[in-house]
Design a protein around this ligand. Structure first.
Ligand SMILES: CC(C)(COP(=O)(O)OP(=O)(O)OC[C@H]1O[C@@H](n2cnc3c(N)ncnc32)[C@H](O)[C@@H]1OP(=O)(O)O)[C@@H](O)C(=O)NCCC(=O)NCCS
Length: 155
């Protein structure tokens, strides 16, 4: 039987584990879609200090399976709306439905906070996943178009 999947709010104590998940995904998965210097820059920004800064600025969730942090996602709320940020699953746990559960969690919390649209500045790597979950091209946060693809969905 599959081990239970727990989705919970992240705390500062999760910073190292979240960083490790993001760095593994960047190196093992996203590296297929980005130049190595871009990956190096993303990895540097995903160190525990970078994660702690995001924990202070966003509502961050972790997914735990077998007592380990295996995924993370964040909800960013600004004057221009709600955005999903930094959805990463540990590569050895891809395809188990964890990304879908985290995405649903962020959508539910954004809706509960009064938002009716969720923007996703998607990685090149993640676009197919979001399209399969009802997202489409949209005007999104003004991120570098070489780095992210602006997607969004009505909630
Ligand atoms: C994209 C990502 C978050 C998906 O997480 P996951 O836990 O593997 O996704 P799920 O198991 O919930 O997959 C749901 C569906 O998406 C599909 N899918 C997962 N990753 C995919 C990908 N990279 N491309 C295309 N389809 C993908 C799965 O096949 C599955 O389809 P199915 O239900 O019809 O079988 C994960 O692959 C990841 O961490 N990627 C690297 C980091 C990244 O780019 N994140 C997005 C940042 S914006």
């Amino acid at each position: 039987m599959a081990e239970d999947l727990i989705i919970r709010r992240a705390t500062d104590a999760d910073a190292e584990a979240i960083s490790a998940v993001i760095v593994r995904a960047l190196i093992e998965v996203n590296a297929a879609d980005y130049p190595i210097d871009a990956i190096a820059e993303f990895v540097a920004g995903a160190d525990p200090a970078g994660v702690r800064a995001r924990l202070a600025a966003r509502t961050v969730f972790v997914a735990e399976r077998g007592g380990e942090v295996v995924g993370t996602a964040g909800l960013e709320e600004t004057s221009s709306g709600a955005a999903l940020r930094s959805l990463y699953i540990r590569p050895d746990r891809h395809g188990e439905g964890i990304g879908s559960r985290l995405l649903e969690t962020v959508e539910r919390i954004a809706h509960a906070h009064g938002y009716r649209f969720l923007a996703v500045p998607s990685s090149i790597t993640g676009e197919t996943f979001y399209l399969a979950h009802g997202y489409a091209r949209a005007d999104g946060p003004g991120d570098d178009p070489h780095v992210t693809i602006p997607l969004g969905k009505r909630l």
